[in-house]
Design a protein around this ligand. Sequence first.
Ligand code: NDP
Length: 318
Amino acid sequence: MAIAILVGRNEVEQQTYNWFTQGWKRALLSFNPDLDVRTWPNLGNYADIDYVLVWNHPLGILKKFTQAKAIASLAAGVDHLLVDPDIDHHVPIVRIMDPFMATDIVQYVTAYVLQYVKLVSHWALKQQQKMWFKQPPFTLSNKIIGIMGLGHLGGKAAHVLHQLGLKLVGWSHSPKTITGMTHYAGKAQLHEFLAQANVLICMLPLTKETKNILNRQTFAQLPKASYLINVGRGEHLVEDDLLDALASGQLSGACLDVFRHEPLPFDHPFWSHPHIIVTPHIASVTNPETAAPQVMENYRRLLAGEELLHRVNLRKGY
Ligand code: NDP
C-alpha cells in the first residue's frame, strides 16, 4: 500500500512545482508518519501504489499504476487529468472541494469585480493628473454581473456578490434557484443570460462543451463595453477574439488568471495590453494543509471499501 504524488508534466514543471509536491508529502505524513508516500520520479514498484495524487502529471504514466484504486486531482479542476488517454474509466476519480479554496477564489473575483465597478483605475488616473474630477458616474454598481458556472466555486461567488448589493445573473448546465440571481440554464438560455451581463465571470470547468466558449459570438451578445473575468481555464478563451473585442470597444477590459499556455509566454500581447489585467493562475491555489484532510478521508474510505467523496462524473467531464 502506497500513495504516489505526481506533479508536473515534465522535468521543468516538476522542479518549478517541487514546493507543491513537498507540501503535499508533508501534509499527508503529518496525518500518519507511517504512510508510504512516494513522489515522482522515485516511485519504486508501481504495483505497490493504490492511491495516485496528480496535478498536471506526466502524460502516459497512469497506465503503469495497475493496482490503483483511485486517482485524486490535487485541484478543483480535472481537465489536466482527463486529457490523459490512458485513464482507466473503472478507477474512480475524485477532486478537491476545499472551502478555503472557495473563499480564495471568491475574494479574487470580488476584488476584480469591485475594481471595475468602483472605477478604481479611473480614480487612480485622475489622481495622477491631480484632477478633482467629481462627475458621474461615480460607480458602476448598477451594472449586472453574470456568472458562468455555479458549482462549488461559482455558487459561493454568487452568494458574496449578492451580499455586496450587486445585481446578478447566472448560467449553468442545469436549472437552479439562487437567492438574488436570475438564473439561466443550457445553450437555449445562453443568449438571454449574455445579453444582460455587463461583467462576465467565467467559473466553468473545461470540458468539450465549454472549450472556447469565450469567443467572438459570445462577446457580441454582451452589452457594449462589458468586462470579462476569466478564472476558469485558459482554453475557455479564444485569445484573438478577446483582442478584437477590446479593439472594437465591445469589451472594455479583461482580468485573466488562466491562459492557454502557462506560464504566459514573455512576448504575449496580454502582458502589456492597457485593458488586460494578468495574474499567474493564483486566484486560488490548492493548500495541501487545508485540502489534505479530504484526500486522507478518501484514502480511508478507499481502504474500507466505502463511497468516495467528490467523485468526478466522467461522462460530464467535471
Ligand atoms: P463545479 O463542478 O462544482 O461546478 C461547475 C459548474 O459549471 C456547475 O454549475 C455546472 O453546471 C457548470 N457547467 C459545467 N458545464 C457546463 C456547460 N456545458 N454549460 C453550462 N454550465 C456548465 O466546479 P467548481 O466550481 O469547483 O470549479 C469550476 C472551475 O474553476 C474548475 O473546473 C477550474 O477550471 C476553475 N478553477 C480555477 C482556479 C484558479 O485558480 N483560477 C482555482 C480553482 C478552480 P451544473 O451545476 O448544472 O452541473
